[in-house]
Design a protein around this ligand. Sequence first.
Ligand SMILES: NC(=O)c1ccc[n+]([C@@H]2O[C@H](COP(=O)([O-])OP(=O)(O)OC[C@H]3O[C@@H](n4cnc5c(N)ncnc54)[C@H](OP(=O)(O)O)[C@@H]3O)[C@@H](O)[C@H]2O)c1
Length: 503
Amino acid sequence: MVILRVSERTLDEVSQRLKIHEGFYDGFEIEFESLEHPEREDWGSFFLQAKGLRILSIPRTLVHHAGPLIELSRTLIKRRLFDMVRVPYEKNQSRGTIQDVLEEEAHADGVGVIRSIDMQNIHGENEVDTYPPKLTQGLVKEKDVLHLTLNPSGWRELGPFVERVILDRRKEDVGIRKSFTLEGPYGFPFQVLASRLGSCFTFTSPQSNGPLVDPITLHTVYRYPSFGPQTALFGIIGNPVLHSRSPHLHNRGYEALGIDAVYVPFPVDDLESFFSVARKLKIKGLSVTIPHKESVLKFCDWCEDAVRAVGACNTLVLSEKSIKGYNTDVEGFLEPLKRVFPTIRGVNALVIGAGGASRSVVYGLVREGARVLILNRTASRAETLAAETERTLSLSEGTISAGPLDREGIALVKQLKPDLVVQTTSCGMHPKEEEDPFPDLSFRGQEVVYDLVYAPKETLFLKRAKAAGCPVIYGDAMLIHQAFRQFLLFTGKEYPRQLIEGI
Ligand SMILES: NC(=O)c1ccc[n+]([C@@H]2O[C@H](COP(=O)([O-])OP(=O)(O)OC[C@H]3O[C@@H](n4cnc5c(N)ncnc54)[C@H](OP(=O)(O)O)[C@@H]3O)[C@@H](O)[C@H]2O)c1
């Protein structure tokens, strides 16, 4: 069940919020502390028109300072205006507290209880292991819910929670329903996957930049109602990664082809902790982005040649027995080029930049038979990349030229007369929109200019090339083509390319 958590100042505003999200939630939870004057509100009229499961959330602060609001909560429970009441509970709570009183009264009045426990600072196994059966004492089977929350600071905290609390079925308490909310960026994928992982509630917040996934994104991007425990799980690891467009692209592909799968972003700060639970989560495939493209190599049991040659991996296919590594950046880069050049053999190519992306570009171009010149701000990096690529492809020394981004570089460009210029630096990429990596480079007008930067779509560098009459290729073409090959590796099916216009 998708629960919309509403924190508005008045019940009128709550009504408006519910109306906007109609069709995207099964129930809602009112956060009591957000209301300015809860005692003045007309609760009876509000509930005449409110649809879905109704949950009253008692704030943690209220149970410590019992007063008029606690009395109001008790009245609302007595009038059975809510179906359930969420009561904050301490891990080591003694009996006879206001929480016990609220729970007993709710039970007496036929209102369900959600016993909510903050699992922050669970460091040792023992602490995690205390939660059932101790924390479920007094709850009513099939009616109440044990709700566990955590705002993990990273995978070292998240991993044990996922492993021991979410995935360990030995801890199932007969008949007591469970739900969990993992807040913050590291918790995001588990908000999306809550129902797949056995949580009876998926808590959401209304704004797309709120503390929890918003229900409209949950439905439209992740196709929430369509996935269950058997749904195949794919994702992307990186940090940060929540801004990635990959979930939109992959999930749309699954939908169009009727594949029972979901793709979510996993912000990962610690690969060891992540991989220790990745198989248990039954993740079948992962895209890999900055900063993990090199560091994931040590987790691979097998890698394709391009991964070893480039020293970076952007795709993992996981099975029970192995993790296989692929690099789809190379093909993703070459694919749009092959539409412009009937063959890459003999093409004179200038590559600007010698960072991670440049490695895939240089390897792809040289492997396909292009003559390559690498120019980089730090010339020594360009020279090292040239020498390494020569060794990888068993080419003689000096096959690939290298130089700096200055007058010496301009002279080398004049000699080369490039048919193709590839811009691989981060210049032009948000927030460096105003930067041009090589302002002294002038275009002849015939050369094809390919900029790997995809946000914004058109960089200053490409604008200059276009003004000189050069045909251009945008960075998003590479981004999309590398995803096509990932999709094929993940699902065994071609991506339905008609979904994406203009590639
Ligand atoms: N379209 C796609 O699918 C795709 C795929 C991968 C990457 N990319 C994009 O490609 C860009 C580079 O990524 P990366 O992973 O290669 O980054 P990286 O490893 O950090 O390399 C950055 C490169 O940019 C150069 N550079 C940075 N600032 C510069 C400046 N002010 N003037 C001149 N050169 C400068 C660096 O030169 P030094 O060596 O001198 O520092 C280095 O060559 C990013 O914008 C990324 O988003 C796109």
